[in-house]
Design a protein. Structure first.
Length: 683
């Protein structure tokens, strides 16, 4: 910097009618990107807010938390005091009663009455005369009297006037000082006392979702594969008959890939062959045909009435239907003829099909969301979502949202949530980290993750620490999937059944929300199309399959047990208490989760090597489990997978896991021993 760059001349005071506020408020949490986006919470649960609230000098500072439902025309603020934590930090809390968007602010002020009373008590303690000080206090109380009168609180105003009269009266100084410090005066002055130098932050936002946004188990299937054999197209009615089984296994959400008519032009054949053979059913993501587009049901699946019946059956069994929202069209989609301006055209006049070189998807036309007619296109997409909301759908899994404008999603999700605050949107964006984060910030309720590609202990610990211990915890809700129709990781291909079990347990316990592409994982059919490919052999994306889910040896009973464990243990229904514990083996990972009050604590130990038995020492962080680190402390570890019970002593204990028989422990900690052989449940 040169001297010429330094501003010279006198500094002018701010040109305001009143002096600037003495109070400064900083460090407000939760806050995402300086308040640009809303933090995520759950309706009915406490939202904790903290802030630094400070002022010059030695006066006492007070703070209050304000909150209200975020409405376009505003609304009345509710208020609650914030407690001081020390070092100018304050904490308050509020509970959003129902799903929706809320806003909150922090207000701070100099507490003149509190500061006066503090100094008065100090003077009394050393025997100083306080006559003048009592008159000063009376003047402060009279200011509160005026405020109470102004708002019509006449009873409070009269009592405040009586207190002021006593403070400046002729009674003994001791009696008058006792009155000033009394509970009645304190309560009245808290309510009506002057708030000098008051400052308030700009409102910050909270999205309060229903519990399903944080906790749930999803099951994905292709309805057309649930006919009586692999030659007969399944229907929505066939799927409805499967719902009691899925509900009995503990699933909350039945997720269906696109159920719309499938285009015929450039239809893909089996195993993604570029040319379809007669009878090939094509990819459900090539949406649209003569029968209709995004608001139609594929005729071979059934009718809208059949879909409504499926929604009703799911509701009867405590489940919901999630639909795939894939914003793309086959060449036969009605929009291609009705709105050719919604698509990109090549120099030869043809419409540009989808590509991800070297892959080509001639059966799919991407929509051009930046075209001249973009407003009509955006409104049409909103119309699609509203249509399915009208048929009872409140959960949407959005296909490849990162390939559409980010502003589209921020607008669309806000519009839908204005009408249906209970709506849930899952972002299927396997893309660059910052794009995934931005999608979560701007409104997506849940997000797919990199879990599929995190297989070593170090990878898992680093990734889930980022998800749960950084700012991401405020806005990014992870949805963990061991497999999807598009992704069959080589770990599953090579590890077979043992790897399927390992990844299932990791997904269901590391994440409060998880899902499986059900039939292949249940049956451990994890064969790749060819070496190096993440595509399944004979993928359901391009052909009918027939699954015998009740055959001997499937993972169905294990999945049901895991889901029951999740439902019975609140610790597994959240991600913010995840703690990793040290192990001496790189093939052994150990972690715990707990309920906020430590009433329920779960410790998981998982063998990450599907090919060999692993033994190793686990060193528990005892404080994270709500126990003191005493070497001779005994407690019981109840394995909820096998019902076996083990007595552990201190922090360091040995674990052995065989991938063929017992690849993992899901322990519930039962910590209060009444005798050497009897344990009281740690409930």
């Amino acid at each position: 910097m040169t001297f010429a760059a330094v501003r010279t001349g006198s500094v002018q005071a701010p040109r305001t009618q009143a002096p600037p506020a003495r109070v400064v408020i900083t460090g407000v949490e939760p806050r995402v990107d300086c308040g640009r986006y809303a933090a995520k919470r759950i309706a009915g649960e406490c939202v904790t807010v903290e802030a630094d609230v400070l002022a010059d000098g030695h006066d006492l500072v007070r703070a209050a938390l304000l909150w209200r439902r975020a409405e376009r025309d505003g609304g009345e603020w509710a208020s609650a005091p914030m407690e001081p934590l020390g070092n100018d930090r304050f904490r308050g809390a509020f509970t959003p009663p129902a799903p929706g968007e809320y806003e909150f602010a922090v207000e701070g002020w100099v507490d003149r009455f509190g500061s006066w009373r503090r100094d008065l008590e100090r003077r009394v303690s050393v025997g100083q005369s306080i006559g003048v000080d009592l008159r000063i206090g009376a003047a402060i109380v009279r200011e509160a009297t005026k405020e109470a009168s102004r708002t019509g609180a006449d009873t409070d105003a009269r009592r405040l006037e009586e207190i002021a009269t006593v403070l400046e009266g002729d009674g003994s100084e001791g009696e008058r000082s006792v009155l000033a410090a009394g509970a009645e005066a304190t309560a009245l002055m808290d309510r009506w006392g002057p708030r000098e130098g008051r400052a308030r932050t700009e409102p910050l936002r909270i999205i309060a979702d229903r519990v399903r946004a944080r906790f749930g188990a999803w099951y994905e299937l292709f309805p057309r594969s649930f006919g009586p054999d692999d030659r007969t197209h399944g229907t929505l009615r066939d799927v409805a008959r499967l719902v009691p089984r899925l509900a009995g296994m503990g699933f909350d959400v039945l997720y269906l890939p696109p159920i719309h008519p499938i285009g015929r032009t450039f239809r893909k054949g089996r195993n993604n062959a570029e040319r379809a053979e007669p009878g090939d059913v094509g990819s459900p993501w090539a949406i649209g045909g003569p029968e209709g587009g995004h608001t139609a049901v594929h005729p071979q699946l059934g009718t809208l009435e059949d879909f409504d019946a499926l929604v009703a059956v799911c509701k009867e069994h405590g489940m919901e239907v999630a639909l795939d929202l894939a914003l793309q069209c086959s060449p036969d989609h009605p929009w291609v003829k009705e709105h050719p301006e919604w698509f990109r055209h090549r120099p030869d006049g043809t419409i540009q099909y989808a590509e991800n070189p070297p892959k080509r998807y001639q059966d799919i036309y991407p929509l051009d969301f930046g075209c001249e007619g973009w407003r009509g296109l955006w409104e049409a997409v909103l119309g699609v979502v509203r249509f399915w909301c009208g048929h009872g759908v409140r959960i949407f899994r959005v296909d490849n949202p990162h390939t559409k404008p980010l502003a589209l999603w921020e607008w669309l999700i806000a519009e839908v949530r204005e009408e249906h605050p209970e709506a849930i949107f899952l972002s299927e964006a396997f893309t660059r980290p910052k794009v995934m984060k931005e999608l979560a910030k701007l409104g997506f309720t849940q997000s797919y993750t990199y879990f599929t590609w995190r297989n070593t202990k170090r990878e898992l610990e680093e990734y889930f620490t980022e998800l749960t211990r950084t700012e991401m915890r405020e806005y990014f809700r992870a949805s963990l999937w061991p497999n999807t129709p598009d992704i069959l990781h080589e770990h599953l291909q090579q590890g077979g059944r043992a790897a399927c079990v390992e990844r299932l347990i990791l997904a269901a316990t590391l994440g409060a929300t998880y899902g499986i592409y059900g039939p292949p994982l249940e049956t451990c059919d994890v064969r790749a199309r060819e070496p190096g490919s993440e595509e399944y052999r004979n993928s359901e994306k391009y052909q009918l399959r027939h699954w015998d889910l009740d055959a001997e040896g499937t993972l169905g009973p294990l999945i049901a047990r895991i889901n029951r464990i999740r439902r019975e243990n609140p610790a597994l229904q959240r991600d913010d208490t995840l703690v990793f514990h040290r192990t001496e083996s790189e093939d052994l990972i150990c972690y715990s989760k707990s309920s906020p009050d430590l009433d329920n604590v779960i410790v998981c130990a998982v063998n990450l090597n599907p090919w060999r038995e692993v033994w190793g020492t686990v060193e528990l962080d005892m404080a994270a489990l709500g126990m003191e680190a005493q070497e001779d402390r005994t407690y019981q570890m109840h394995d909820l997978l096998t019902d076996a019970r083990y007595t552990w002593r201190g922090a360091r204990n040995v674990v052995g896991l065989n991938p063929a028989s017992s690849p993992a422990h899901i322990f519930r900690v039962r910590r209060r021993a009444r005798s050497e052989h009897e344990f009281e449940y740690y409930l």
